[in-house]
Design a binder for this molecule. Structure first.
Ligand code: PMP
Length: 283
């Protein structure tokens, strides 16, 4: 099960990094995650586009392998014998003296791995999940996919300690997003509603795909923020992300959402999304 580091396929034990890497010393780095389902890499291009944008917004150097990334991802899936799982990619500026405004003396660090995981077999896809509502204490450039994930790690660990599955963030303008997902509700009329893109949330590739699939199939989509109260009283609610796909929310802290079961619109979107993935070409 090889990983890819700075131009080479290596065993995990051979893949080592400098302790001076700016990703390690400053958390200066960005990442991407792709789902792999039935040997299909989902939405390769939209994730690469977001990767380019993250690099540009952070002023990070583009690694020399950029243009061959699609082939490298495919090769990792093949070498790992992956049918189902995910690909994780991280870029940092590389290693240099510990100086905030310094630059790296090395090429940018590019690390990629493909890991096996039964994404479609996750029990929460069927049963739904209970989430913890948490004040959104993160910075205001959440549109960039950086590796600075301390607030998310803390929120998720705290949720799990309470017997909940995940965390959802809110601020004074309403629900922002899940700790590692975007969030949707279903309105009285059966339309879906999700927050419009801004610096307050990550432009999820799964979010984008679900919005497009819903509209293609005659389900109305309103890109409009919603409040905590509107989440708690929604007909249905669900989150989307590359590795979790579409997960129904059936409970928020003590409050049960609707009748506590995944709803019909969520189910329909799950089916549309999985059908969409199965129609992609395998690698
Ligand atoms: N928001 C946050 C904060 C995330 O970490 C993720 C998952 N990377 C998402 C949204 C969903 O993005 P995507 O659908 O591209 O996985």
């Amino acid at each position: 099960e090889d990983v890819f580091l700075n131009g080479r396929f290596l065993s995990p034990a051979e893949a080592t990094l400098s302790v001076f890497d700016r990703g390690f010393l400053f958390g200066e780095g960005i990442y991407e995650v792709w789902a792999v389902v039935g040997q299909r890499i989902v939405d390769t291009e939209s994730h690469l586009k977001r990767l380019d944008r993250s690099l540009a917004e952070c002023g990070l150097p583009t690694p020399p392998e950029r243009d061959t990334l699609p082939q490298i991802l495919t090769e990792l899936v093949r070498r790992g014998g992956l049918t189902d799982g995910f690909i994780y990619l991280q870029i940092t500026p590389g290693a240099g003296e510990r100086d905030f405004t310094g630059t790296a003396d090395t090429r940018p660090t590019l690390f990629i791995m493909a890991r096996k995981k039964d994404l479609l077999g996750a029990p929460a896809l069927e049963s739904g999940m209970a989430v913890d509502l948490v004040p959104d204490i993160r910075w205001l450039r959440r549109d960039i996919k950086t590796t600075m994930l301390m607030p998310q790690v803390m929120a998720k660990k705290n949720a799990v300690r309470q017997g909940l599955k995940d965390a959802v963030f809110y601020d004074e303008t309403g629900i922002t997003e899940g700790a590692s997902s975007n969030i949707f509700i279903v309105t009285e009329s059966g339309a879906v509603r999700t927050r419009p893109l801004s610096h307050k949330l990550l432009p999820g590739c799964t979010r984008g795909r679900i919005v497009a699939l819903a509209r293609d199939h005659g389900i109305q989509v309103h890109e409009q923020a919603f409040s905590v109260e509107e989440l708690l009283t929604a007909r249905e609610a669900f989150v989307t992300s590359a590795t979790s796909l579409i997960v129904p929310i059936i409970q928020v802290n003590e409050k049960t959402i609707a009748d506590g079961k995944p709803g019909p619109v969520t189910r329909t979107l799950q089916k549309l999304y999985i059908d969409y993935i199965h129609a992609l070409p395998p690698c």
